[in-house]
Design a protein around this ligand. Structure first.
Ligand code: ZN
Length: 281
């Protein structure tokens, strides 16, 4: 078994496959610290469990994940301890390194094959998380977007796009903050297959079962080898570089002004409306 019960995550076991489900559908699986912690624990336990050959990562409800839980970070309902920790550049650096960078990379570096099962919104840190998985199966209603530049940030903590959709598209995607749909994501090579929403879980589990039937040792070795090939192309160094640059972006005059503005505003709805003003497509 792979631990739990958890508050924000649940784990379903079928033969040789564990399905780890983010379970905060009321907020489109926004990732608060609890979810990040519990996801980390559930995924790590699956990796250590000899009965699990493949791990599927899914989201309960109509969306995979709307990104980090910004309510916990800014505004009237924010977590005071977290705000204190993030109040200096060094505190924020350590918080983001621990929670956003390393926890994601731990999923990327899982020894077993992983498949993201993506429906609906897969936004910003949600996209970052999905891209930590080895394969992605998307429902045809999936929407991928990283609109953080509109909010004065330098994308999210892990710049996955150049490795997922090619350099020129990555620039367009990030410079505009516009969404791409599942068909476009498939065409760009970011997702392995696109299926009707009603078939998503079955299709993902069927793919997982096929991989789970392979000798697990050889699958793990090939995963390791492909990951090494991409690392030798510079992926890990590029991710490290972007993380530091992302930290710098948090402290630009533009970002500081925007943060003060956000703290003054009551609701995240206003913040998002402001973010998207003038960018409606
Ligand atoms: Zn950040």
């Amino acid at each position: 078994m792979s631990g739990g019960p958890y508050d924000t995550v649940r784990v379903e076991h079928t033969e040789r496959v564990a399905r780890v489900v983010m379970d905060r559908p009321e907020v489109r699986n926004a990732q608060n610290l609890r979810l990040i912690d519990e996801l980390h624990e559930a995924m790590s336990r699956c990796d250590a469990d000899p009965d699990v050959h493949v791990v599927v990562l899914a989201g309960e409800g109509p969306a995979f994940s709307a990104g980090h839980d910004l309510k916990e970070l800014v505004g009237p309902d924010s977590d005071p301890g977290l705000a204190e920790r993030r109040s200096t550049p060094e505190g924020r650096f350590e918080h983001e390194r621990e929670y956003y960078f390393e926890r994601c990379m731990a999923i990327h570096d899982l020894s077993k094959p992983t498949i993201a099962e993506v429906r609906g919104h897969c936004v910003a840190a949600g996209l970052m998380l999905a891209c930590m998985c080895d394969l992605i199966v998307a429902a045809d209603d999936a929407v991928f977007q990283n609109p953080v530049l509109r909010m004065t940030g330098a994308a999210v903590e892990l710049l996955v796009e150049p490795w997922e959709i090619g350099v020129r598209k990555a620039k367009e995607f990030l410079f505009t903050g516009d969404a791409i749909d599942a068909a476009e994501a498939w065409r760009l090579g970011m997702v392995n297959r696109v299926v009707p929403p009603d078939d998503l879980t079955d299709a993902t589990m069927a793919l997982a079962a096929r991989i789970a039937a392979m000798p697990p040792v050889t699958v793990r070795l090939v995963k390791r080898s492909i990951s090494k090939a991409v690392d030798l192309m510079g992926k890990r160094d590029a991710l490290d570089f972007h993380f530091v640059l992302h930290q710098f972006a948090h402290d630009t005059a533009t970002a500081r002004r925007a943060l003060e503005e956000r703290q003054r505003k009551g609701s995240m709805k206003e913040v998002f409306a402001e973010r998207d003003r003038g960018f409606e497509s």
